[in-house]
Design a protein around this ligand. Sequence first.
Ligand code: ATP
Length: 356
Amino acid sequence: MTARLQIDGLSRHLGGRNVVDGIDLSVAAGQVTCLLGPSGCGKSTTLRIIAGVDRQDSGRVTLNGRVVADDQIHMPPEHRGVGLMFQDFALFPHLSVAANIGFGLPRDAASDARVTELLTRIDLVGYGAKHPHELSGGEQQRVALARALAPRPKVMLMDEPFSGLDNRLRDEIRDATLSVLKEEGTAVLLVTHEPDEAMRMADEIALMRDGRIVQRAAPYNIYNAPADRAAAAFFSDINTLTGRVNGALTQTPFGQFLAPGLPEGTEVDIVFRPQHVRLDFDRGGRGPNPTASEGTPARGTVERARFMGKESLVEFVMDDGTSRVTATVPAVFLPKAGTVMWLSIRRDRCFVFPHD
Ligand SMILES: Nc1ncnc2c1ncn2[C@@H]1O[C@H](COP(=O)(O)OP(=O)(O)OP(=O)(O)O)[C@@H](O)[C@H]1O
């Protein structure tokens, strides 16, 4: 598939540092890529450069096979043919919904047909004559989406477009937006700092940190094969055990772990998510038998247990006296502090990284 949007080696120096530091990225037609990362990592700056409202110091932006920004070229934003949608989208209050949607279109019958088509797409048939103040926040958001899509941009840039909506509405609007974008076959680059949003919306997540993309992968892959400890921690709480490589293995309270490719003596982090910890009661000082999939169980003592709604969080101090492990258990399970239990972890859900 050819890329509708491609950026190569994009960098931007601001305030004495590289806010965007050599980014490569491509988005194909009909694909949603989420640029995900903590506040200040350079996501919005990247988007602004692609839109043409900011300039890169080096690198190239190509839209629909045409270079729109490089060392020589700087095509003005209005000629780039990208749709823009930001958090503080503003509809024109004095214009009707239909006029808002058709604002960027020539006044002709084809435009009227396009507005009608989009009103159907966003499920607001019959709302064309209303004014923005007569609409709910979610409805206004859908109108803003239709307005951005009206000129049929091949590329859509969205910066935290749902963060102004209340929680109840947000999931609904995200899903509605996604289906409209897919129907239109638009290539979308969506900036967000919320992992849940990226997981829900993205075909591909580009995880950004300190101006760089640290990993690009489908949501399933990025969650299940994170590039490093921080990437794992961005998506959920994690447990970390530390060890040192000895003969390509590292020793932990849960037995040995392979540490392939890491030099002897390297300090390593063994990382796993709380939902991949299994708990068993202590049976006269004995736990379950070791298995290939869950390795050797280790004994720990409950320090604290908390009810979190659909699950419970149980925190343990392990028998080695130093390791701490948190387990999440579906539903209500609140063992008393001091209860001794055996913990097993899903071997295939553990990641071994050099210590950071
Ligand atoms: N004009 C500027 N001069 C100096 N520093 C700037 C300028 N614009 C942005 N920055 C800095 O660049 C960094 C990246 O900003 P950017 O808005 O791209 O981050 P972000 O990842 O989108 O964050 P957020 O999610 O908070 O919007 C921030 O630390 C910001 O303070």
